[in-house]
Design a protein around this ligand. Structure first.
Ligand SMILES: O=C(O)C(=O)C[C@H](O)[C@@H](O)CO
Length: 267
């Protein structure tokens, strides 16, 4: 019995658009609630949400059986974190702030078993192999692991072509908020200069034959990103949606203006 097929990786390889949503409440219960909302993937945020490996793993488990694939964003691309979250059953990991070819090549090695990488062998203890019930896991795991790197600085953009060319990098996710900040446009991810940089990045990623990812809380921006070539895109977060919905309900009951923004727009 081989490692489970990674439907998200298969979709990216076939350029079938994948609609996503950000999960940052750091709760398996909340992740399971969102997993019934029809998104192709859910970003389980280990960078900006109060998560650790156990809580990230619990949210991966909470998505099992739903149509939403777990994309786990680690806080940094530490080998030990990658090893543990893959052994816990995550099949798709996203690493923030990748800026060099060397970093990207190290990440590829971290998600692959020898001789093609240096992922530690211990999945027999983990959920990834169904606790050793998948007898062929070691031989079949690599092909079902999906590695996404975030390009979200001018240095990352400078190295983008060489990073995209690396075998084993499946997708490149442009982080508009951090890219805007690095461009001197803190809090303005929708600025025209940021959008121009994203347009160029998407074109270069496509030329490399890789998948482009992004996120936005603005639906008009989302439709623009789709026309620019986004292959996987998150269009909201659990936290901001909860703030907006709960605030709007109170205002409606109290007869207040419900048009005003309820939460942050600079994300
Ligand atoms: O830079 C970005 O934009 C991202 O990487 C997404 C944000 O980190 C996400 O937390 C939304 O604010």
């Amino acid at each position: 019995m081989p490692a489970p097929v990674n439907p998200f990786k298969a979709a990216l390889n076939e350029r079938r658009f994948q609609l996503g949503f950000w999960v940052a409440l750091a709760s398996p219960y909340a992740a399971e609630v969102v997993s019934g909302s029809g998104y192709d993937w859910l970003l389980i945020d280990g960078e900006h949400a109060p998560n650790d490996i156990p809580s990230l793993a619990a949210q991966v488990q909470a998505l099992k059986g739903s149509q939403s694939h777990a994309v786990v964003r680690l806080p940094v691309g530490e080998t030990w974190m990658i090893k543990q979250i893959l052994d816990a059953g995550a099949q798709t990991v996203m690493i923030p702030m990748v800026e060099t070819v060397e970093d990207a090549e190290r990440l590829v090695r971290a998600v692959r078993y020898p001789p093609h990488g240096d992922r530690g062998v211990g999945a027999a203890l983990g959920r990834a192999s169904r606790f050793s019930r998948i007898g062929d896991y070691l031989e079949t795991a690599d092909r079902e692991i999906c590695l996404i790197v975030q390009i979200e600085s001018r240095a990352g953009l400078d190295a983008l072509d060489r990073i995209a060319a690396i075998d084993g990098i499946d997708g490149l996710f442009i982080g508009p908020s951090d890219l805007a900040a690095d461009m001197g446009l803190l809090g303005q991810p929708g600025h025209a200069d940021v959008t121009a940089a994203i347009r160029d990045a998407f074109a270069r990623i496509a030329r490399a034959g890789k998948a482009s990812g992004i996120m936005t809380l603005n639906l008009d921006q989302a439709r623009l990103y789709r026309t620019l070539g986004a292959d996987f895109m998150a269009i909201g977060t659990d936290v901001t949606t909860l703030v907006e919905a709960t605030t709007r309900l109170r205002r409606q009951y109290q007869g207040e203006d419900t048009q005003g923004p309820a939460g942050s727009t600079g994300y």
